[in-house]
Structure formats: structure tokens, C-alpha cells
Design a protein around this ligand. Sequence first.
Ligand code: PRT
Ligand code: ZN
Length: 286
Amino acid sequence: MQPTIRIAIQKSGRLSDDSLELIRECDISFNRGQSKLKSQAFNFPIELLFLRDDDIPRYVADKVADLGIVGENVLAEEKTPVDVVAKLGFSKCRISIALPKTTPYQGIDDLSGLNIATSYPNILSEFLQRSGISASIHEISGSVEIAPSIGLAEAVCDIVSSGSTLISNGLREVEHIFNSEAVLIANQALSKAKQKVVDELVFRIRAVLKAKNYQYILLNAPNDAIDQVIELLPGMKSPSVLPLADEGWSSVHSVVHKEQFWEIIEGLKAVGAQGILVVPIEKMIV
Ligand code: PRT
Ligand code: ZN
């Protein structure tokens, strides 16, 4: 019998919805009561544990959970010994240093001697060391953005996503020091049996994540344009070409990367493709 693995997920916050959605997209079903601390999946040997995000790396390192989903910022700050199994592509943000917009800034040397407020003292101190800058770090646990206006610090180092929090506090981003997104982490000493279940889950996650970047495309094209169509549509291996009942025409099926999509469509129209259908892909195994 397969052992049940445990995955730690943020109880409520910016990582929660996307983490749960990813598990559901892997066709794993579970009930989540509002105040529940754990939930057992019905159709996969996994239990979900709902925790504060900052506690997740420690719980995984201590084997209370086998896996966890957490931001790279938390991981880099805590330096907990866990394995990063996969980048998950959501909760993207950066850690930046910001100054009051009235403070002149020519370059990184202007940070020398400043008092910088942050909840990320380790990430900040590594950056300062790397850059050869000597500055004071004032660690605070929240509302970092108000530190300059209340006279607590001359600069801040905090998470930025849209940048609107900085702007509304009269601050300006001057150095972008760390990039983060949600990652799947694992305990470093999983048993063979648990590793097998983890591998099964990771296989599903990769298939779901890969599919998010691609779309399936179907179109009709005159036979004399097929070579040009194929050149435009690389596909996973090469496109499928099927004859249409209408003589002289074929149907072409392929997969295109979302980033190249509109460019490719223009090319396809130009060589005579018609009836172009584009459908989302749920899972992609290559
Ligand atoms: O309660 P718990 O401890 O579990 O949650 P939390 O409050 O510590 O974390 P939460 O839910 O706010 O964030 C969880 C993770 O989401 C973070 O560790 C990051 O990896 C990621 N993330 C992505 C963000 C943001 N975007 C983000 N914008 N975390 C925080 N912010 C905050 C930031 O601190 C600042 O106050 O949003 C503000 C800036 O946002 P913009 O859009 O105005 O720039
Ligand atoms: Zn937290």
C-alpha cells in the first residue's frame, strides 16, 4: 500500500488560492472546511496541512510535512534545509530597496550609511555584502513601507508586486535585489515509498504547469500552403495533417506557445489558413 504524504499549504493569504487550485488541477479532490487545519484527499494518498507561510519550510525540514508550497523569498530568508522540487509560476514578486521619492539617488553607493527597515534582514544583508555597501539593517515584522515617514529608517527593503504600495507611501524603488515565485519544497530525506508518491504528484504538477504555457490550434489550409503552415507551427513533434472532405484542403492540428501565439496567427492568415480554432490544454506530457 502507498503511504500518505503530507503537503503544507498556506492557510490563508496570497499563496493559498493558487496552491489549492494547482492541487485540484492535478485532479486531486478534497474538502476544505473554513477552520480546518488538515484535509485528506479522496483520490490520492495526500493530506493537506494548512499553516502560516513562514512556518512551512521548518515543518517540511522537520518532517511534519513531506512537501510544502512557499515563496522563494521566505525560503531564502530562513535558509531552511529543504529541496526545491519545482517552480510553480504564481505569487511572483520581487524584493526591492526603496527610498523616499525626494531623496536623491545616483547609484548603489548612495545606500552607504543608511538605516534600512526590512522584514528580510538576511536577503538584504547578503545583497549589501555582495555590493560592498555598509548600511544598518533595522528588522521589523510588518508595515515596512511606513518606516521612513515615521522616522524609523531612511530606506526600506520590502516585497513589491505592482509597486502601488511604495508609490502611495511616497517611496521609489531604487534597487531590485531578489526575484521570487511560489515553489514546491520537499524534505531532504523522504523514504523510498514516499518519494514514489511525491514523484507521481510532481509528474502531474509538471503536466499541469507545462500546459498553462501552450494552446492547441486547429485550422484548415489549402494543400499548396501546407508546407508554409507547417513551418509556422513547430508543434510538439510536428503538426498532424488530415485531409478534409473538401478536396484540395487539409486540417492541421498543433500546439503553440502562448508567447508566440499572435505572431503565428498573423503568419497563418497570411498564407491562407482559415477556420482557426484555439483551445486550452489541461495537461501536457512530453
Ligand atoms: O499569514 P501568513 O504569514 O501565512 O501570510 P503573510 O501575510 O506573511 O504572507 P502573504 O499572504 O501576504 O504573502 C505570501 C507570499 O506571497 C509572500 O511570501 C510572497 O512570496 C508572495 N507575494 C506576492 C507577496 C506579494 N506578492 C505582495 N505584494 N507578498 C506580499 N506582498 C505585499 C508586500 O509585503 C507589500 O506590503 O504587498 C505589498 C506590495 O504590493 P504592491 O502590489 O503594492 O507592490
Ligand atoms: Zn507570513
